[in-house]
Design a protein around this ligand. Structure first.
Ligand code: SF4
Ligand SMILES: [Zn+2]
Length: 456
């Protein structure tokens, strides 16, 4: 079911927040010079405009590929009458319950980076979540309906400096969360293999590792000191403890955007240890001179262009999809297993991904969409999900047998990576076979998933 909510037409009217007072104000999104802009006016603080995407065709494609999946939270919380962005917790305006919940464990950190999303170490007071508070949060999370999230990510500050970090992971697992990850600078994981093993045994699956580049000059500028060797040791220890790493580069124009291709190649070389790259174009929020903001602004379209130009592994205008592209598979899993799963309702211009398949013999990678007609397959999987839902006696086995008829490997754009033709549908079937209500994995295909999160 392709989106009815996101038209490709520009301009359109929307709402946004004033960067000074955070009041909700009317805004217009429009095209100018091949780029997509937003203009908004606050009665108190005047007009503000910013570029949302440096490529209007890329922006439109993501909206075209978005798949609607509105399944609202059945039991929203929050304070009466207040909604996002003034208050939440989780308010009734959310179009689905969360796939992943972030829990800040602490605002302390063992680094002191000049660029810090979390403002760690500078707010003048220490925040450490107590285990009692964590238990209460987990209770609320698990009570979410129609289903609780499948993943919790600990964040901060640096969550691993919390003295009860391992116990926090253990309690989260015991509460019933199937996939647990931690956003980390990697220092503790690099320092101690025993720490990695303890975290893994407690239930930690993945480390969302701050990773800004492949040379130390980048770390000196972003983080105030050389850190590359530490990052490499962390990745190695995490893998030895049977966990996976997601590389998380914060990208700043003029600082590390020239290393985008190097980071992709690094991830492909370490595909056994690295499951994905989650690019974070730097957030530029609050009042800042327009000229300076535009100089630093780096949109997802810039990232897709740089990945194509610097690494050649994914085409900017053919291989990127909004996160919601996997919705047909989620619907099929629900129909086949008679269980509920979190829906990927992320805004198409906020998060997107390309799925790479790595040929382990040659180390070469190819985007999945270069040998599979992704849109066509998703349409057919959607129909299979509808059919299965209409016939509740359909068995999981018969659904698995029907899956390969949804599409086949094509050689239109050259030879697919070794094993792709024989292992794609078996991988999907294994995913379906192992599915349980609280165990979904972020990707359905063994390989590497570079994704970009926009902040605008
Ligand atoms: S490691 Fe992360 S939390 Fe710590 S100071 Fe750097 S950016 Fe902030
Ligand atoms: Zn204002």
């Amino acid at each position: 079911m392709v989106s009815a909510a996101f038209s490709e037409a520009l301009p359109y009217a929307t709402r946004s927040v004033c960067p000074v007072c955070r009041e909700v104000v009317a805004a217009e999104v429009y095209e100018e010079g091949g780029q997509v802009w937003m203009r908004k006016t606050c009665a108190a603080h005047g007009e503000c405009r910013d570029v949302l995407s440096s490529d209007a065709a890329f922006f439109r494609r993501l909206r075209r590929e978005h798949r609607d999946a509105p399944v609202p939270v059945a039991n929203p919380g929050g304070r009466a009458g207040l909604h996002c962005p003034q208050a939440c917790g989780l308010c009734g305006r959310h179009v689905s319950s969360p796939v992943m919940v972030n829990i800040d464990l602490t605002n302390r950190c063992n680094l002191n980076c000049p660029i810090c999303f979390a403002n760690a170490n500078v707010v003048g007071r220490v925040y450490d979540l107590s285990l009692t508070q964590l238990d209460r949060m987990l209770e609320q999370i698990m009570a979410l309906r129609p289903q609780p999230p499948s993943c919790v990510q600990f964040a901060g500050g640096e969550p691993t400096v919390h003295r009860d970090f391992i116990e926090a992971v253990r309690r989260t697992r015991a509460a019933g969360i199937g996939y647990i990850e931690v956003a980390s600078n990697g220092l503790r994981f690099a320092q101690s293999l025993e720490f990695c093993q303890a975290a893994s045994e407690a239930g930690l699956n993945q480390v969302y590792l701050q990773f800004d580049g492949v040379t130390d000059d980048v770390y000196v500028q972003c983080r105030g000191r050389p850190l590359l060797e530490m990052k490499l040791r962390a990745i190695e220890n995490i893998a030895r403890a049977n966990m996976r790493t997601v590389l998380v580069p914060t990208v700043v124009r003029g600082l590390n955007d020239r290393q985008v291709g190097d980071i992709v190649r690094f991830a492909l070389r370490h595909a056994d240890a690295v499951s994905a790259i989650s690019w974070q174009p730097v957030a530029i929020t609050g009042r800042i001179a327009e000229q300076r903001r535009l100089e630093m602004r780096y949109t997802i379209a810039d990232l897709a262009r740089d990945i194509e130009e610097q690494s050649g592994v994914a085409r900017m205008h053919g291989d990127w999809y909004p996160f919601s592209i996997v919705q047909p598979f989620i619907r099929l899993m629900e129909a086949a297993t008679k269980q509920r799963y979190p829906h990927y309702s992320c805004h198409p211009n906020c998060g997107c991904a390309t799925y790479l398949v790595v040929d382990k013999q040659t180390g070469q990678a190819k985007a999945l969409s270069q040998f599979l007609d992704v849109a066509e397959i998703m349409d057919r999987v959607d129909h299979l999900a509808d059919r299965t839902a209409r016939h509740p006696w359909t068995t999981r086995l018969s659904v698995m047998q029907a899956m390969p008829r949804c599409g086949s490997i094509s050689t239109r754009t050259g030879r697919p990576p070794a094993g792709a033709s024989t292992s794609f549908w078996p991988s999907c079937r294994a995913f379906l076979r192992s599915a349980s209500s609280r165990q979904t994995r972020p990707c359905i295909w063994p390989g590497c998933v570079p994704s970009g999160m926009a902040r605008c």
